[in-house]
Write a protein that binds this ligand. Sequence first.
Ligand SMILES: Nc1ncnc2c1ncn2[C@@H]1O[C@H](COP(=O)(O)OP(=O)(O)OP(=O)(O)O)[C@@H](O)[C@H]1O
Ligand SMILES: [Mg+2]
Length: 326
Amino acid sequence: MKTVGFFNNKGGVGKTTLVYHVAWMLGLLGQRVLAVDLDPQANLTSMFLPEERLEAIWEQTPRPTLHGAVAPQFRGVGDIAVAAIEPVHERVGLLAGDLELARFEDQLALAWPSAGDGDERAFRVLSAFARVIAEAGAAFEADLALVDVGPNLGALNRAALLACDHIVVPLGADLFSLQGLRNMGPTLRDWREGWARRREKNPDPGLALPAGTIAPIGYVVMRHSVLAGRPARAFSKWIARIPGQYRHFMLNQPATEETETSADPNQIARLKDYRSLMPLAQEARKPMFLLRPADGAFGGHQAAVTACHEDFAALAGEIAGRVAAG
Ligand SMILES: Nc1ncnc2c1ncn2[C@@H]1O[C@H](COP(=O)(O)OP(=O)(O)OP(=O)(O)O)[C@@H](O)[C@H]1O
Ligand SMILES: [Mg+2]
């Protein structure tokens, strides 16, 4: 199984929307997928599960969420537990998110320097998410795990992203997204290198540590939100800067001349603003590309649904191809 994170430390760029739709689409295309919600805001989980189910799982002890699986490790009362996998589709399972995950931020921050000193427990804590994902992925016989995280460069995200072999970077064509690349690229390098140095100090060879490659496989331009109502000129101005800035900050390669992203091999896709399909999808609790007239998607909406299906089939296929290519 390969694990792919969707990450940009700029908020609201469409990470969760992408993970949800790509997980569904890969499942429909025949792959086995584990969707993993490591954002304590648990937006991905609330897209997948109805409110009654959310209430039921958040009321149990231990909770059948990611928190329940890692809690014994963080509390120092045992190792990670077997994670509960919420069924979504015959080939798609969910490791549910949990607001309580935010409580582990401090411990994860402290474990980072301690691992540098070869502290065994620090390695167990830092690798807890990765180990839960690997075990759940094996149990589900998943081909891919897709990980959603919150928009920050904190210790929780560091541990979440260390579990990832690859990352996809969703971004908007705007100043904030480009600033995001500027922070994210060097931070990810720092995490990768810091983890590689620490791994050598791991005192327990029996502990399955993640490789922490976090290799960027490309970006997806999301043309919604901040751009709504702004002139196309603003979009073109920023979009021309993406290829060069992505190469420079994410890949540490010389920046290229300004170009169209469509000519850039690092662009996985450019997604449009699906406008009213998104609220209809949320209401119907299904992906935009599966909306039917009975869900309110009648008339012109059906053409938009078909186009959306084509967009996501291409995007999901491209992600799977890039992951398989290594
Ligand atoms: N292609 C799209 N078309 C229309 N609406 C979209 C699209 N992508 C995302 N949205 C909407 O934009 C908002 C932000 O998206 P989303 O929650 O996926 O972003 P995020 O990056 O996960 O945010 P956060 O950083 O808060 O986790 C949501 O209301 C979502 O429905
Ligand atoms: Mg999100």
